[in-house]
Design a protein around this ligand. Structure first.
Ligand SMILES: Cc1ncc(COP(=O)(O)O)c(C=O)c1O
Length: 376
């Protein structure tokens, strides 16, 4: 028997999951639209797998399959951008983009302090220097930007949707600010693509920002494709990363099956907004129900609903109560979030039923009864 370090899931995800033989309601998955178990998406994956096998066994700079080309074309049209480059993950897309575009000692990356770990890694790999501004603080960004004159190239990089807060970066203000600094804005929209903006085009659509903004993202969250990432933006910049990006050239491509799944997912989102509408109704139902429980929720616009517990130990106790009631969540404490800001990050999905959501709210209410001073 192998030693297991992780809970083991059986069966397809659909708002619930069998973990270690126990049925749990899943409140901690990025499968926001319920596409990971969707028949159309799975059919796309199966078709690509049958057509191309498990892979070409080549690096993507040598050759890719027709389904990869189809995916790049679909995404280009979906985002309204000039060009798309595919990666095996968004982590790779972030590292390749930042490392390539800030590859001289005279270049600078200006980065929000709450940015995702893979953005931090990209900054570390770049030969340019990194300056960090306080989270969502444009004054701090301006201050950092004030002494950048003479930089070879400047990038301002931000999560589109911050994964621990669920909040959307203020691209409407970041964009002109980056322009004044002579910088390119890079937005990692991993948690925005498919779910934010009126038609799910992401945080750029939400803010009505320029579609020429450089965007990275993942196919492994709302798009339900299991694996894969992208860089989207002006062809000249995307080509720079295509020709020099180490995380593009010297690693394997996303599998054809994931590319086939992603093509089907994008078409599904493009053609039918009902999943997005269901997701929004589910978020509203969960937020309404949670008001009664007295737990504090961060005010986020999308499917990430952080339930603020603040104290690390209490967060663990609450997660344990939820688990006992069949609700799977993740408690985050320092250093993943700042000290005193422990939270349960709830992620709502279109795959949740009213029963799932109501059971989760009841479990939070039960946890509140066990923590009588939780409002203080
Ligand atoms: C903001 C953000 N960027 C990038 C990633 C990494 O995505 P991928 O799993 O495709 O590497 C994640 C996922 O954890 C994320 O939350």
């Amino acid at each position: 028997m192998t030693d297991q370090y992780w809970p083991t899931a059986e069966g397809r995800l659909s708002g619930r999951v069998d973990l270690d033989g126990r049925e749990m309601i899943m409140l901690s998955s990025n499968d926001y639209l319920g596409l990971a178990g969707d028949e159309r998406v799975l059919a796309g994956a199966h078709r690509a797998l049958d057509a191309y096998g498990s892979g070409l066994g080549l690096n993507p700079s040598i050759a890719l399959t027709r389904v990869h080309r189809e995916l790049a074309d679909e995404l280009t049209a979906f985002l309204g951008c000039e060009s798309v480059l595919l990666f095996n993950s968004c982590a790779a897309a972030n590292c390749a983009t930042l490392q390539t575009l800030a590859d001289t000692p005279g270049s600078t990356i200006v980065s929000d302090e709450y940015n995702h770990a893979s953005i931090v890694d990209g900054c570390r790999l770049a030969r340019g220097r990194t300056r960090v501004y306080r989270h969502d603080d444009l004054g701090s960004l301006e201050q950092v930007g004030a002494d950048l004159t003479g930089a070879d190239r400047t990038l301002v990089v931000t999560d589109g949707v911050f994964s621990m807060e669920g909040s959307i970066a203020r691209l409407d203000q970041l964009e002109p600010l980056a322009g004044r600094l002579g910088a390119e804005l890079v937005v990692d929209d991993s948690h925005g693509i498919g779910v934010i903006g009126r038609t799910g085009r992401g945080s750029v659509e939400h803010h009505g920002s320029a579609v020429s903004t450089l965007r990275t993202g993942t196919f492994a969250k709302a798009l339900g494709a299991g694996l894969g990432g992208f860089l989207a933006g002006p062809a000249a910049i995307v080509d720079e990363v295509r020709s020099r990006g180490r995380f593009f050239i010297f690693t394997s491509p996303m599998p054809a099956a994931s590319a086939g799944a992603a093509v089907a997912a994008i078409r599904s989102i493009r053609d039918d907004l009902s999943r997005l509408e269901l997701l929004r109704a589910n978020v509203a139902r969960f937020r309404r129900g949670m008001e009664e429980t007295g737990w504090e929720l961060l005010d986020s616009p999308g499917p990430i609903v952080p339930v603020m517990i603040r104290d690390d130990e209490r967060a663990r106790r609450v997660a344990a109560v939820l688990r006992d009631r069949g609700i799977f969540t993740a408690a985050f404490s320092y250093p993943v979030v700042p000290r005193g800001m422990a939270r349960i990050r709830v992620q709502i999905s279109a795959a949740h039923t009213d029963h799932h959501l109501d059971a989760a709210i009841d479990a939070f209410a039960e946890a509140a009864r066990l923590e009588p001073d939780h409002r203080s």
